[in-house]
Design a protein around this ligand. Sequence first.
Ligand code: ZN
Ligand code: ZN
Length: 371
Amino acid sequence: MGLKLGRIKVMNLSVRKRRAVAAAKAAGVDALLVMHSPDIRYLSGFTGSSGCLVLRSGRAVLFTDGRYTSQAKAEAVGTRVEIVTKASVVAACEWMEAAGVERCGFDAAHTTVAVLETLRGAVTAKVRRRMFEPVGPLVAGLREVKDVDEIAVLRRAAKLGCTLFDGMLGYMRSGMTEIAVAAELEHRARLGGAEGMSFETIVASGERSALPHGRASMAKLPKRGFVTLDFGVVLDGYCSDMTRTIHMGKALAGELDVYDSVLEAQEAAVAAVRPGVTSGEVDEAARSVLRRRGLDQYFSHSTGHGVGLEIHEGPKIAAKQTQVLQQGMVITIEPGAYMPGKFGLRIEDMVLVTARGGEVLTPSVKAWIEL
Ligand code: ZN
Ligand code: ZN
């Protein structure tokens, strides 16, 4: 089983590297310098936090340091590993110049001005002026469409998130602090096998539920009012992301109305997901429901985002976006409504784009829950 999985993975890695080389060629460069660690992991399998990867037609070389000697060799199967004593990007640039690379593409979105200076300083004056070329987030683009192995991991991560949420329903009581709820959830996540959380757990209760990103605080869960839980776990490097909003005590009619509207908007957007639609159309499916209910002014963020090795990836599911959804993308659908000083709520699922439409990966109940 282990061997079989290993073989599939090596095959995936070589497909990914080939695609990245093709994308680099299309962008007019003869090599690609990859410095963003999720991109390095995606292309080479290497999970260390320091190093860089050079792709050049048919060759991939990972530069890292002595702390990662055995890890790099074990993980980066199919990629040549160079253990270097100087900064890995400097070694990579020297290697490229010696190998006759003329134009090296780099991802401007993840390269600081200081790093670019380092790259330029690592090569001779002869090639310095023409060598480095910003090529946009090429690898991030490839990462938007997940392969079967990635989908399997994301499925498991989403499922663990749901199991945790379901379990927390039996734990939360009014009077508990938001931080106590977050701590218990995170403790259970680790015991459930999570490497960590995808982001700082959001527990926003009572009036604080009107904060779209209310980090867990020392505020106490109210006797009567909403509690929004937005969290994710990391499994095998992949992030899950889900939000549910529950109600402590009896709800007022107005609160129920807003909940119903947000749920209707969320389900409308999920139903709009399929290959070939633009992400703007999916956003509009949610937004138009809230507009009809007079709540669109309280929906102050976009409808969702891609999720994978990073918690926020492409595609952006937002108003007027023209990017077309493709089979294999994994996105979130998370409309909300936030009334400052009163209350707010959000409902978020992870959704896989399949040939037949959107498949929800987060099965926890979305109907009204009163604790
Ligand atoms: Zn979330
Ligand atoms: Zn999200």
